[in-house]
Design a binder for this molecule. Structure first.
Ligand SMILES: [Zn+2]
Ligand SMILES: [Zn+2]
Length: 357
């Protein structure tokens, strides 16, 4: 039974873990999921190579990754500059920034989990180039790179892609992480995230994958049932200072996690993936440790984590699951993506032994 409050050291908030209330282990029931076979090219997909987008521009006939300016930018240098004053204590300002889209692959029907490690490594390099290039703009203070995956998080186009929101402000979560990490460094001389990694390695139960320089884990303080982090073991503030071997190791860790996600219920696993990298506002971020966070919205194949009174109304999370149990489910998943497994291999949902189809 897990019934306690856990401290989230990066957000500085409590999470109520009340796993005793719905202590019903996943019973192996198979939920129908119709796997539709998609073609690798779709003529009316605005992300496929060579196709025309809503702006009338054509995508490059790209063969690996492709970056373009979002046709529906939420922030842009062409946002209205002349704004009427709202009056009183209210404030406003132009929504200055850069919005881009990054296609992972020319193939319409592959997901991050199905890319080769070398392709994911290439994607990491693209993210790094974007961070360097966009970060040079004086007006840009932070670059948020994220992937919304699955219809349950509002994405209907399966073509593998992520988005970049480069803004004149630092997104709240990163601002908090940066502030807390800076204070921890000043007080202890240590990088806060390194202390998190040390705690995870000492416990060991929540580590999903590990190689020489990278690690994937479901943190002690997870707010979502299958929330996981992927991080380098050495404290880099962003991708810029990664060595070639660290990039490769990180790509392998990222791949391992998303493969296990898909294997868990043998279906594409929806998530919100976000790169947490140091702001580009010229501040001192020696205490910041780059990582990627995954926030999967599902608790079970058909059950969403609803954000309600505690989360939306109060701002703290209530978790109905024990991180150690959810990590155990992921740890036992095979490393080969289910779509690439031999047809006759039918893993049960705990993945610990194959069973007859
Ligand atoms: Zn497409
Ligand atoms: Zn973070």
């Amino acid at each position: 039974m897990t019934w306690e409050e856990r401290w989230h050291p990066l957000r500085e908030e409590w999470i109520i873990v009340a796993a005793h209330r719905q202590h019903r282990p996943w019973n192996g029931e198979t939920v129908e999921h119709e796997e539709t076979r998609l073609p690798d090219y779709v003529a009316n997909c605005y992300l496929c190579p060579g196709n025309m987008r809503v702006s009338g521009k054509h995508n490059d006939p790209y063969t690996s990754t492709f970056v373009f300016d979002n046709d529906h930018p939420c922030v842009g240098f062409n946002a209205p500059q002349e704004l009427s004053s709202p009056g009183g204590i209210y404030r406003n300002r132009p929504a200055v920034g850069i919005s881009r889209v990054v296609c992972y692959s020319p193939l319409h029907n592959v997901a991050l989990a199905e890319l080769e490690i070398a392709e994911i490594e290439m994607l990491l390099r693209v993210w790094r180039e974007q961070y360097i290039e966009i970060g040079r703009h004086q007006e840009i203070n932070h670059i948020l790179i994220f992937e919304n995956k699955g219809e349950v998080v509002g994405v209907s186009n399966p073509h593998p892609h992520c988005q970049i929101y480069a803004t004149n402000f630092v997104f709240k979560t990163i601002e908090t992480e940066a502030r807390v990490s800076g204070r921890h460094l000043a007080e202890t001389g240590r990088v806060l995230f390194q202390d998190v990694l040390r705690a995870e390695q000492e416990d060991g139960r929540r580590i999903i994958f590990e190689n020489e320089t990278a690690i994937a884990f479901l943190p002690y303080f997870a707010r979502y049932a299958y929330e996981c982090y992927v991080a380098p073991k050495y404290a880099h503030a962003n991708l810029v200072t990664f060595s070639d071997s660290e990039l490769r190791d990180f790509a392998a860790a990222l791949k391992a996690l998303v493969v296990k996600y898909d294997n868990l219920w043998r279906r594409p696993f929806p998530y919100v993936m976000t790169l947490h990298q140091a702001p580009t506002d010229g501040g001192d971020y020696r205490g910041f440790h780059f990582h990627i966070e995954f926030h999967p919205p599902l608790r079970r194949p058909t059950l969403l984590k609803y954000l309600a009174g505690p989360e939306i109304g109060g701002g703290n999370f209530l978790s109905d699951t024990a991180p150690e149990e959810k990590a155990a489910e992921l740890r036992v998943q095979p490393d080969i993506h289910y779509k690439q497994m031999p047809q006759e291999t039918n893993y049960n949902t705990t993945g610990d032994k194959p069973c007859a189809p």
